[in-house]
Design a protein around this ligand. Sequence first.
Ligand code: SF4
Length: 317
Amino acid sequence: MAWDALPLVDAADDRPLIERRAVLRDGFYELQARTVIERVPQAAGIAQQWAVSPYRGCAHACRGCGARAAHRRLGLDMGRDFDTRVVVRPNVAERLRAELARWDGSELAVGLSGDCYQPAEDTYRLMPHVIAALTAAGTPFTVYTKGPLVLRDARLLARAGARVAISIAFVDERIRRAVEPGAPSAQARLELVSALVEAGVDCRVLMAPVLPLLSDAADQLGATVRRIAAAGVRRVEPMVLRLPPGTREWYVEWLRQAHPHLVERYEELYDRAGLPPEAYEGRITGQIAQLCQVYGMECGAPQAVRGEPKAAQLALV
Ligand code: SF4
């Protein structure tokens, strides 16, 4: 079932919707899915228009995660619940095979609703089956992750010709601990990038999210790009933080506690849809592009393999 196709109201039972529909096992909510290919909201800022996600919610707990809002549709909150109550689709690969049988081959993003190599994947091992389904169908795909567990599937991903985008927006551990408290350190992710490149995987760094007024100083961008270049990757794709509804509240709550003097600046900077000004984003991505040139790396907006999906819009990620 599409995440947002679940009815919201059941007057006879006031437990959160997910507790009525899912099986709770070892701390994870298992929910059988009827539909797994979902529309990517434009605000995500990535190139792919469609995505498949084995997990909803994410133990990496990034403050600026754009997937938070959809947790509310399950009767959970977009803050702590998103970080700690992860929903699993045990039948994701089976459903994906069925949907790919009538798919037109447009590229899919994998892992947007929750990192597909977060700790839950160690328990469920869904990704090898997802990769196999996509490979068998000849569907191009990009895996978005911060999780070193992706290395387990490096051979499968290389054979499939998949792209893997590892997010590394800054190398300052104080910032990482504050805004990505459950994610591996930048150093661990840089080592992961090197290992993936070594294994022949088409790996790039998604330099996202660059945090306005916190990680966007010239020396911070310079240090980050230098370390990314040293990891051996050939392509960097920069993106400034987006704050769509749901993400915005959780991020600003943290900002109010950690950097109260910045709250007003953020309110001025972001529009109602949660987008930063084009001029600001252009300046930051321009700076990163110049740095990449110095180190001989490509830099640009995420690119997709183009194609018009035949399926009707299914759900928001
Ligand atoms: S790793 Fe990705 S999916 Fe997980 S919380 Fe961070 S941004 Fe969200």
